[in-house]
Ligand binder design. Structure first.
Ligand SMILES: [Zn+2]
Length: 178
């Protein structure tokens, strides 16, 4: 089995009626691309969104990997930040754990939005996007634009290592944390 499949995909172009979401939708190696998707306004946005969706397919193919390997840490992070007073405080609490800046209405990180299916899937897909971005930065510039995700809290380091080993053959161009 390929550890990260990125070809042999079905690609469909769609449009939502009277709205611009979802931008992309994926299941069973089929990716549906919304030609008016709200996240698809720049080349970088398109690339990241497609990588996110492609990860969902791979996660599914690896036996729902994220739910089995990331759920415990994920639930603990959500629980630790859920007692805060309001959305702004919760966001500040979650910030060190959020793989990306994408926010949804109400001021929550996409990776931590609840009522969104099993939200650990979104956290994992955002983590994969962060991996994609950091590897790209290392290839292009030899350094990262910001602190490496794995050098944040220990939950981040654990999730990163597990993801890299499962899907990307253990290959990580980002130097070890000091
Ligand atoms: Zn997703």
């Amino acid at each position: 089995m390929l550890s990260y499949r990125w070809c042999g995909l079905v690609f469909r172009f769609v449009r939502s009626i009277k709205k611009r979401t979802p931008s992309v939708y994926a299941t069973s190696w089929t990716i549906e691309y919304n030609v008016l998707g709200s996240l698809l306004t720049s080349a970088a946005g398109v690339r990241e969104t497609l990588f996110h969706e492609l990860f969902h397919n791979n996660d599914e193919d690896h036996g729902d990997w994220s739910a089995k390997h990331l759920q415990a840490d994920y639930d603990a992070i959500v629980a630790a930040c859920s007692g805060t007073r309001d959305a702004a405080h919760a966001s500040r609490c979650l910030a060190p754990y959020a793989p990306n800046n994408t926010m949804v209405r109400g001021g929550t990180y996409y990776a931590f939005q609840q009522n969104n299916g099993d939200a650990v899937h979104e956290y994992a897909a955002e983590l994969a996007v962060r991996y994609f971005k950091e590897q790209g930065d290392m290839l292009a510039a030899g350094k990262l634009a910001r602190t490496a995700f794995k050098c944040g809290p220990s939950e981040n380091a654990r999730a990163w290592k597990a993801l890299v080993n499962e899907f990307f053959a253990g290959r990580d161009l980002v130097p070890a944390c000091s």
